[in-house]
Design a binder for this molecule. Sequence first.
Ligand code: CO
Length: 294
Amino acid sequence: MKRQWLMVLGLACLIVLTAVNGFAAHGEKRQEKKAILLAAFGTTVPEAQKAFDQVEARVKQAFPGIEVRWAYTSSIVRAKVAKQGKVLLSPESALAKLMEDGYTHVAVLSLHTIPGEEFHNLNQNARLFGQMLDGFEKILVARPLLSSREDMERVAKAMLKNIPAGRKPGDAVVLMGHGTEKHPSDAIYLALYHTLQEMDPNAYTATVEGYPTIKDILPKLKEKKVKKVYLMPFMAVAGDHARNDMAGDEPDSWKSILGKEGLTCEAVLKGTAEIPEVVDIWVDHLRLVLDHFQ
Ligand code: CO
């Protein structure tokens, strides 16, 4: 009987101690400190980096007074840029720094185009950061560019609006998306293809690494007897893919592939992050997340 009481007493003490510990850690409410983390794939092309400066300016204007920081999801880009003498943080390093600096609420914006591999890794790791003891009170990830039917229509309209004014009837436009063989979200490029076609039968999407490819589009251009094609990157920045795989002089660039078939190409070296109507969509996604902090 006596031993049983001792056990009960011991257990009660343990509960009280745990409660006290918990109280000490979470009882005092920390002052709310909000931050935005802009997470892009990144680019090795210094001139393309200016597109990110425009995004930052727009975000700061939309959410004044909130700390804005950057992270880059591509380890290859980070390593190459490090050789140029510039340090770019991974989302994990940037989040650790924000945690250390005492931020309580973090809104991460995925400046990617589709919810593919980059977005999923970012989202997964951000969630894990949210589970750390005495870490962020709240961390949420805003969705990438093409995340709804409405996004798709807004993006298609914005891209068509930004084709150079010199385009004549019968001139085609082909957007270069990145695409992926590794993620089911690649199908979003085909959905965009369809959306563009409904708005403008001479506007197409193709991808570097997904479906459709430029070789799938070529027969359609020939069938319509297109003579001139505007090539535009459909990536946040006009980086390596846009400059080399799209507009480069190598025999396997899109310009060369179409050129060999007698089509004249004009490349527009402007990333989607340089198109204000597109940036507005990203900003709207960020706003949705920040509204949860109210
Ligand atoms: Co790539």
